[in-house]
Design a protein around this ligand. Sequence first.
Ligand code: GAL
Length: 363
Amino acid sequence: MRARTTVAAAISTVLAISLTACGEDSDTGSGGEAASVGIAMPTKTSQRWINDGQNMVDELKGFGYTTTLKYADNDPKNQVAQIQAMIDSGVDALVIASVNGKVFADVLEKAESANIPVIAYDRLILGTPNVDYYATFDNVKVGTLQADFITESLGLVNGSGKGPFTVELFAGSPDDNNTRYFYEASMEVLEPYIQNGDLIVRSGETELDEITTLRWDGPTAEKRMNKLLDSEYTDQDVDAILSPYDGMSIGIIKALKEHGYGAPGKPLPIITGQDAEVPSIKSIMEGDQSQTVYKDTRELALVTAYMVNSMVHNKKPALNDTRTYDNGKKVVPAYLLEPVSVDKANYEQVLVDSGYLKKSDLK
Ligand code: GAL
């Protein structure tokens, strides 16, 4: 077994049990040759996906596998073509972090015919029975952590806050299944306060289809924030913004600063995020962004590589959720990792001490 003690130690005993069940790490598929794995990633516009791709390559190499890594430039058609090419080249397994979870039914039927196992990475693949497993984080918890941060920071939870407070809501890409999970979990927390008037959404935009952000794009979020500030917040400041992703939070903060927030007498609102990306951690250190949700993508790659290894050997991988992720054709068995809320008080301990980010990255 490779020495991956720090990260591996963080993964639950369930995984450890399955590793034992797998027996020795081995680098060959049934044919005796080194197995090859196709890795389809969505985009290089965010550092997290660049790291995810590299982590997957490294972990699979650790098992002795060869890899093909492709990025789809956020284009769903391009991603389907890349996966088709991987199938044609005879890969032994596919790991897919989808741009649009709904476009793979045909191409994955071909994977199934060729006996190629498929793992959905981070984002669920929808509308096909031909996805074997799902490796991700607890997406419900992500949304809960973001909304909890808002209600706790405003003092709504312990009753110390003198509301009502204004809040605006942003959601992720409408074609990413995670978006709905983050949104619904956040709304579960926020809804009672909206109902009782402690939180006021001045735009009235609270339905998912009113607040999505195609491809999680920062400039798109910035544009909507500008529009909201110009139309709803000319006579009153906004107190909190639910943002589901760091890249969007950065765009939102830009719009807020252009409208005079972040200056004496006009503090920035509470702003959440996700992914613990370097620009956002720097922003948190400066007191601009308030929070992010850290997901240790090193662990995700490790869990996924173990899943691949199990499947190549016709073994069942470690799973800890077999009921949450219905993709419309089946409930996809999953392994969920734990997300962690990060703010100014704990970023150093959580991110730097764990080696996820270097102190020098944050200069
Ligand atoms: C989601 C993912 C988030 C974030 C977002 C934008 O699917 O779960 O962690 O990365 O995409 O890339």
